[in-house]
Structure formats: C-alpha cells, structure tokens
Design a protein around this ligand. Sequence first.
Ligand code: ADP
Ligand code: MG
Ligand code: MG
Length: 897
Amino acid sequence: MASQGESKWVYSFGAGVTEGRADMRNLLGGKGANLAEMANLGLPVPPGFTITTELCTYYYANGRQYPPELKSQVDSAIVRLEEVMGARFGDAANPLLVSVRSGARASMPGMMDTVLNLGLNDATAQGLAKRSGDARFAYDSYRRFIQMYSNVVLNVEHHHFEEILDDHKRRGGFKLDTDLSADDWQAVIEEYKRAVERTLGTPFPQDVQEQVWGAIGAVFGSWMNQRAITYRRLHDIPASWGTAVNVQCMVFGNMGNDCATGVAFTRNPSTGENAFYGEYLVNAQGEDVVAGIRTPQHLTIAGKLANKSDLPSMEEVMPEVFQQLDEVRLQLEKHYRDMQDIEFTVQQGKLYMLQTRNGKRTAPAALKIAVDFAAEGLITQEEAVQRIDPASLDQLLHPTLDPKAERKIIAKGLPASPGAASGKVCFTADEAEALAAKGESVILCRVETSPEDIHGMHAAAGIITSRGGMTSHAAVVARGMGRACVCGAGDLRIDAKGKTISVMGYEIREGDVVTIDGSTGEVMLGEVPTVQPELSGDFATLMGWADKIRRMKIRTNAETPLDARTARKFGAEGIGLSRTEHMFFDPDRITSVREMILAENEAGRRAALAKLEPFQKQDFVELFTIMAGLPVTIRLLDPPLHEFLPHSEKDMAEVAKSLGTDLLHVQHRAAQLHEQNPMLGHRGCRLGISYPEIYEMQARAIFAAVAEVAKTTGQAVTPEVMVPLIVTKKEFDILKAVIDKAAQQVKDSTGQDFDYMVGTMIELPRACLKAAEIAETAEFFSFGTNDLTQTILGLSRDDAGSFLPEYQRQGILEQDPFQSLDQEGVGELVAIAAERGRSVRPDIKLGICGEHGGDPASISFCEKVGLDYVSCSPYRVPIARLAAAQAALSADTVKRD
Ligand code: ADP
Ligand code: MG
Ligand code: MG
C-alpha cells in the first residue's frame, strides 16, 4: 500500500482486496498473478500479498538493498492480514502464520523453496497449541518451520534434521511422521534448535520480524543461486526478469484426518485424456505429496484403479470436498482455456486453492489437449496450432520400442514420461553430462532427483528413479524436457556410491546399456530395437489445421529413396535439395567416378561419365516416381573432386589396380587435386566451368529420367536443376547453356517435351548482392544457408565447435548460427537477395535448404522474407509444417496490429 509518490512494491490479494490479475504476471510473477486471478474468480484463496519482480530487479541493481519505502508497505499489508484473520503476527496468544513463497514470471519448478508456518516461535507455538486445542498439530507445524527456515534461509543442511528425526523414530518405534505425538515433536524441536545453534553459533530466530525479512531476503537471494542460474540458462529465461515473493496466510492440511494437501492436473499430463488427475495426502502439509515421504493417494477412484493402488481416493474419503475441487477444475479450465496444474489444501473439511498454472505436459498430451480444447469450443483451431511447440514434435517423430522385439524386463516403475530410450547407465548428473558430451546416449539412474540434477537430466536420453511418484521432481522435469522417464522403480537397488544397480540377481554397472520405455514404465537390459511412429489421430488432425493455415510450402532434403519416402509420409511437398554427389559414393559407381577424376583429358572423362550416366538416370527415375509429380530440386555436383579419391596408400593401390594404372599416377593426381582450403576451392559450379561434361552428363540423366517417368507412369515432372556456388551471372549463363543443350538433346532423342527450371543455390555473399543480375537468367534461388553462414561469418562449421560455446556463454552470439539462422547478419543478406531477385523477376521461386529449414525461429524469418518454401531433413518436416503455420499466424497479427 504505497502512499502518494512512492513506487508500489506490494500488491494484496484475497479477502476482498485483490490488486492483481492474471495478466500482471511480469510484475507479480506467475504464482502471484494467478493467486490474484483465482481470488478475483471468487475461489477460496487464503489472503496474502505479493512483493513485485521489480523489487527483485531493484534489489540487484542496488547492491542487494531494498528501497526505503518497502518496509512500511509490507507492514501495512501484514496489518491487513491480521485484521482479516483476527490474529496477530507474533502474538503468543493468537498468532498469525504465513508462508513465504517465491514465484518468477516463468514457472521454475523446484527452483526456489517455500517456507511454511512462518511466525512460529517457542511462545507462539504454545499459543497455537492452546488455541487450536491440538498440540500435535502445533508442534508438527513448528518442527516443519524450523527445518524449512533453517534450510532455506540459514543454509543448514537437511541431514541434520533428518538424522534427529530418524533417530527419534527408531527409538520410539514409529514408522510414519504422523505416528509422533505432541510430546515427541516437542522433544524433536528442542534437538532441532540445538542443532541449529551448534551449526550456526546463534540460536534459531524467535523474532517474527526477523523471520519474515529473512525469508523474503532468501527468496530474492535464491534468484541468483546456481540451480536457478542453470535452469534459466537451459530455458532461455533472462536474469533480468526477477522473481516475486508471495506472503500468504497459512491454511493447514496437517490438523487431523479431515485435513489434506494435494496437487493435481485438470487433465492427464501424460496422455492428455480429459480426466482429473492428481494425488493427495491426509493430515499432511506442503510438499509432503511430492517429497516421497509417504505414498501419495489418488484423487479419483478411476486413478486409483488404473494405478492399482490400494489406498483410498479423495473421491471416496472426502466426497464433498472432492466434488467442490472437481468444480474448481472445470471453472479454471474454462477461465484459463488451458490445462491447469493446481495445488490445494483442505483444512477441517474446507478447500483452499494455493496455486494454479498452465500444466506441463508431454508432447502427445499437448496435442490431445489442444485438439480436444478446440473440439470443445474452448479455443480456436488457430489457437490450437499456436499452442504446440514445434520442437516438441520431435518426441513423436522418433521411434518407439519394436513391439515384436524381445525385452528382458528387469523392473517396472511408473510411466512418468513417454518415449523409449537406450543408453549407458550413469549415476550422477555430472557424469551424464560428460558422457553425453562425448556423443554417448545416457540413462541417468538416481534414487530420486533434485534440482541439482537438472543439467544431467537434460543431457540424458532417459531417466530412471527408484523412488517417487508421477508428480515427483524427476517426473515433472522429464515431462517438461521431453525425456523418457521411469519413476519409482522400487525393485531397482540403486547404489550411487558403489555405481551399481542390483535387481533380480543382476548387477548393472556404470556404462552397461539399459533401455527404458517411459510409456509403460518398463526397464530392460541391453538395447531394444525400435520402430517408426504412426502419425495419425490428434497428430494428423493438428497437422491438417496447420496445413490450412500456412502459406509456405514444406520440402525436404533427400536423395535416397528411403529419405524421400519418409519425408512424404511426414507430409513433404517436394524435394528442396537432392545432392547428386551422394549417389557417386555408391560402391558400384565409385570406381567410375575415380576413373573420371583420374582421366588425363576430356575424352577420358567422357568415357568414364558414360558409365555413370545410366546409374544417375536410374536414381532420378526412382526419386521422381516416389515424388509423383511434386517438385524436385537437384543440385549438380558440388564437392571438390579430391573428396572422391582414396586416401590411404592401400586404397590408392587398389584403385590403381582396378584402373590399370600405377600407384604413382594415382598419388600424383591426388597431390594435384589437393587444396589448402577446399571449402573455398575448386568445387561447385567451378567444376562445371572446368569440366562442363560432368554437368552435361548429370543434366542429361535428369531429363532422360523425366522423359522415362512421363512415359511409364504418365506423371509429368518439372525438375528444378540447381547450379551450386554461383557468384556471377556469367558463370551461371555458361552452365545454363550446357543444361539447356542437354534438355534439347533429350527432347530430340525421345521425341518428348517437358518443362524444367534452371536456377541457383545462393550461398555466397557476392551472389546475394548481385542477385538482381543473376535473376535475369536464373528462374529460382535456393538459399544454401549452411555455406552462406560459413562465408558471411567467416566461420568454419567443422571447426567452430571449439570456441562457439564460449561465444554463447559470453553472449556475443545468442545462438549457434549453424542451428538457428543469424537473422541480423545472414538474414539481412538473404532479404537483400530476395528483394533484388524479385525486382527483376517478380515470380522468382525462393526457398531455403540447409539445417535452418527445420528450425522454427529460422522458419519464422523465412515467412517474414516471403520465401515460397523451406526444405529440411525428413524427420523435421512436421516440425516445419507447424512452425510455418505459426509463422503465418504471427505474420497475420503483425499485419493486423
Ligand atoms: P513451489 O513453487 O515449489 O510449488 P509453493 O510456493 O507452491 O512452492 O509451495 C509449496 C507448497 O507449500 C504448496 O503446494 C502448498 O501445499 C504449500 N503452501 C504454500 N503456501 C501455503 C499456505 N499459505 N498455506 C498452506 N500451504 C501452503
Ligand atoms: Mg518447491
Ligand atoms: Mg507450488
């Protein structure tokens, strides 16, 4: 409550005074904004207030100092809570207790810890015991507070408290925490306090003001802890966003058997099924449900049955509260128009909502939920298309376990995050990261995971835990990251120190290969073969919607029949790049290729090329047949010739023998062809200029294939013949004449007519600048952004790996320019080339090939420049279809704005 002229740092919510809204997430953080929104909706939210993310920014900008007016704003917000609750902060007879909760703009699960029951001390705990008439509850709350506060704020490690509690339980013969009486807890509390004092040299703080400011400071401080920094780095969250702090009146799930705490998803986050999905615990508090201390119970009867649990569901135990919660579920989904992840507490039969946010989900669930929401009329088809992260489709496009393959199942846990993964067993996050960096597939095996393991989980192909449920840290994080995960596989005895897993008489060691199926929860010995995914159902529906929306065509980079077929199955509308040199490496052909290279003169080269021509023609017949009339761009020979030569002396001798020449001759020719910098050497169209007969043969093979396919299948093919590495119009014109002549030859010899286009790959800066001139004769441009990136940045793709990460770390380059197009630099030249090309030839066909064609951010750039198509590897075709639709939608909004 700011007075005039002051900045407002504190926003209240609940009990009639709510100053925030869902759309104030940037200021109030996700948690604060949604608490305010739920209060606005009239849902039962315990009152509280949010200290803004701007304060976090102020705090770090000012040497970790608060603005002077903060204190009075917090004080008056607390006074309001005291008034509405009829209790006083620090009052021994009737204490107000609060939680202090972090909440950043983007949800950062597990990153910053919450302190519950703040306001308890020796005197107020006694007061709470008296006033509630439940001493066990009061001291249970106090011991929780001491442990949480000491850990989060004072950095006293958990094990101090765990040892004391374990010890006490063992001595008293207790199994569960709930077995302990008030007296037991009081004894534990005394030991806790002694442990704190021993560790810190000062007693546990009894002053509630010191407590609340300590907790607030800890939340802001945690924004810069290592876990938070790592998480932000992995999720591209800027440090400047800051976190908010929420201070909220406590409600108690630990006051007896009519109390409970729980977490739930409004729909199943694994499958997307429209069924309430969650877990709860009776007489428990806070994160007991996810902490794995007690086995959580299912919310619904259906959930209980499906998971073969013998513990009663909330639907059975507290039918009325469950009914109310189920209504809240529907209300929240309608309001937020998305699946929600909620946290709630029941105090003496009364429901309180403590959090809601859009729920993380697997890729299949995201598809199902988007399609269902559109079908239910909650969102439009366009919104459904915008909801799916194109990169997440990767999970669906990749193989699943072959159902016919033999599986040596050694354990079964919970199907926590779907997908199949095989890899070497690893026991720590650091090892997983190191091994993955070497290109190994890794399965990270832990008893349970914690936020410190995130980098290892990210590096791993799959994750196994032996403890924890469907909402455990491992499960939630794995689903978010799209990693396969099996949780709570209790049969596995994971010994992280000894680096072994023992199960069913087997001993699995570090480096042994296991396979997991995150959709069934199975853990298998060795590597299990996989099968291609089936792209039907919700996937097909959503892709259909995306196809209606997008403007750009999606093509694929393919030269083998297998790739071409896969790409078509994934919806490719043509081939944007077919590299002819790959066809040269075939064992049947490489000898003729070598013969051609080694020939002394044109006649010798022509003789060798004549042997290759039927093979090339056959390749194109096959491609054209598979592509059934769709456009196919064929790039003429591009790499330097020496790439085809044998390298070792042994191979050279073999070639010499098969060619009837001597080793010396082969060595001599190889030495002649050697270049200091082949990337910028005798390659691409420069070969065509030196040896036009090579391009002539290739062009003739292409056109002969066109004629043959037209004759045998009746399918007209319009090939796009692409000349690589052009820098001048003259180069292009000379080669275009060679190609045109070959076309005429085929037309004459077959008596068939056909259409074709001749264009160029734009992959050098000069070509971008001279695009207008080149477009006078070139009918299409395809941006070869791999080489274009190399030549514009003067950066070798093969060598950049050693220093690019440092460039990214220091923020010099935001992204690897080979993965995501450097829009500012390379992009500007692409835009210039497109514009200049169109100025001369308005209908010039423009496309992009190269890795960037499958990258959503680069695709969005292509939409802005107005390219006609993007071309990417077969497995990325669906990603590109969706990304192109999203790009068209955002281009639309830009136009409308
Ligand atoms: P996280 O960001 O890790 O989810 P939260 O701030 O949501 O942390 O707190 C974790 C849990 O603590 C909540 O799910 C809830 O069960 C409990 N909690 C937080 N605030 C309160 C409160 N005011 N009253 C009761 N329980 C609370
Ligand atoms: Mg937490
Ligand atoms: Mg929470």
